[in-house]
Each structure stands twice: as C-alpha cells, then as structure tokens.
Ligand binder design. Structure first.
Ligand SMILES: [Ca+2]
Length: 155
C-alpha cells in the first residue's frame, strides 16, 4: 500500500495565508504604536517666551529694576531654576547677587526654582545694580538646560 499522495499533514495554503495576514497585521499595529509613542515623546516641546521685558525704577531708589513676564508656550511643564544677566546666573552676579521679586511692589522675594505649567505665566522683578542706559541680556534658565533670552535697555 503506497499512500504517499494522501499523506499531506502540512498546513493548507488558505491557513498559511490567514496566518501570514494575521502576523502582518500584528506587526503593523506594533509599529504604529511604537511610532505614536515616539511622536508623543517628541511633540512635548519646552518653550518659554517673554511677554514683557523692560526696566524702570520701581522702588524709587534711583536705579532701575528689570521686570519680565515669561510664559510657558510649550506643551510640557517647565522649571525655571535661574535668571541670567549677561550669561551669569542671578546668584553669581558681581559684586552682589540679584534679588528677585514677585511683582513691582517688590514686597515679596521670589525663590527659584519655579515650575510653570503649559500656558501659565511668571512675573519676575530683578533687582541688581543695573547701570543707566545699558543693554542687558536677560535670560531664564530651565532645569532641562535651556536658556531663553531677551535684551532690555535701562533708561
Ligand atoms: Ca530701583
């Protein structure tokens, strides 16, 4: 008895195609999830903008303070850990560190770091021995290492 011709125990072509299609779909879904995850990670951008930046003698002592208002215009929360004047952190300025206040009444000092949620703003009044008629580069430094700058000229 020769039964070689009837001895096919392998999968039929139809089953093979179904398995191939199922595997292809599974791989596609996995790839799509991975890409979406990547995109989500990359679209969480940090961005800080100055909505206000100018100098004025707010406390009437004859020297200017610089007032800035910054806004988190990115899609992730941002932590401000220092204010820079001409590339120097406010706590390292010479001959004395700058004092930061929460508003122009200069009654409450502002301590850093401060965390800003997307869309929120932060007002900072910088008190230092700013000279008259000088352009200063004011920067806000974030915990992720970015420095956002603007230039303010004192009156
Ligand atoms: Ca002043």
């Amino acid at each position: 008895m020769r039964t070689l011709g009837n001895d096919k125990k392998g999968i039929t072509p139809v089953v093979a195609i179904i398995i191939l299609v199922a595997v292809a779909i599974a791989v596609s879904i996995a790839a799509a999830m991975w890409l979406i995850g990547l995109t989500g990670a990359y679209t969480k951008t940090e961005e800080v903008r100055f909505t206000t930046a100018y100098a004025r003698d707010f406390d009437g002592d004859g020297t200017s303070e610089i007032r800035i208002i910054i806004k988190n215009t990115g899609t992730t929360s941002v932590t401000i850990d220092a204010v820079y004047v001409n590339d120097v952190p406010h706590s390292d300025l010479y001959p004395s560190e700058a004092t930061l206040y929460t508003d122009t009444t200069m009654g409450t000092t502002l301590s850093l770091p401060q965390t800003l949620n997307p869309g929120s703003t932060l007002e900072i009044v910088i008190d230092w021995n700013f000279q008259s008629g000088v352009s200063y580069e004011i920067g806000v430094h974030t915990a992720t290492g970015n420095l956002y700058t603007t230039v303010v000229t004192t009156p």
